[in-house]
Design a protein around this ligand. Sequence first.
Ligand code: SAM
Length: 277
Amino acid sequence: MKDIATVSRTNEILDKYNLKAKKKFGQNFLIDANTVEKIAKNACDKDHITIEIGPGIGSLTQKLAKYSKEVISYEIDSSLIPVLKETLGDLDNVTVIEEDFLNTDLGKASYHDEEIVVAANLPYYITTPILFKLFESDLKIKCISVMVQKEVADRFKASVNSKDYNALSVIVQHSYDVSILMNISKNVFNPKPNVDSAVIVFKPKTKKYVKDEKEFYEMVKMAFTQRRKTLFNNLKEHFDNEKIKKMYETLGLKDSIRAQEIDLDTFIRIYEVLYED
Ligand code: SAM
């Protein structure tokens, strides 16, 4: 089967169906066979179903099928469904579902009770909502490998004291080990996006650290409400001054500390002290 992720094959398919990439659906098609091969090989294995969001014309899907037990792909754009029937028609382990992934009821998904992997070149306009839908679902996720804007990847991966470190970094790193598989040049897409991209990989941590994750996440968001303010000033909107002072004493925090100077372990300690019964 011919690679779909090449300049000539992609143009051939788009011309045949008289299609242009749609901005409103964040369509940037991958046109480099090595890139899709590497993403799929790293993400999938023959023991697991792979869930893909946004197959486009099937460039990545074709390779996901090669390395997975089965692939289930969600595509919002109805004009791509006949294209996918042609490009992936010979693959008997691929199912395309015409649906907005953000509206999908994951609780009723056929793979709900199985361990799955997720792999995608995500539409950039909804990267964070898609990822949070996955993070907050009760799916048994082994691994998520997705192409995102480089600056979004940097925020998820950011370390304490760096400019990109924010509530999102702390929240995600509490539950996932985060790594960057590779940086991707603008030149491997049609149309070429304005921004650089990266493939980011999330692997769930086996140990959960806090007793109520939602409460912890809310507290982390409070701490980052205004970056230039001290932790104390951000927290005092929500907690009693005496309680915060006691927490500072217990943990030996300096008065001037700001959220961006606090690592994950210290955030967990802050939570434990502020929320102790
Ligand atoms: N996987 C293809 C590739 O790598 O060439 C296409 C990737 S393109 C960046 C994003 C794809 O997601 C497009 O096919 C777009 O139509 C689809 N998409 C956008 N929003 C979606 C949504 N809410 N649910 C499902 N698919 C969506």
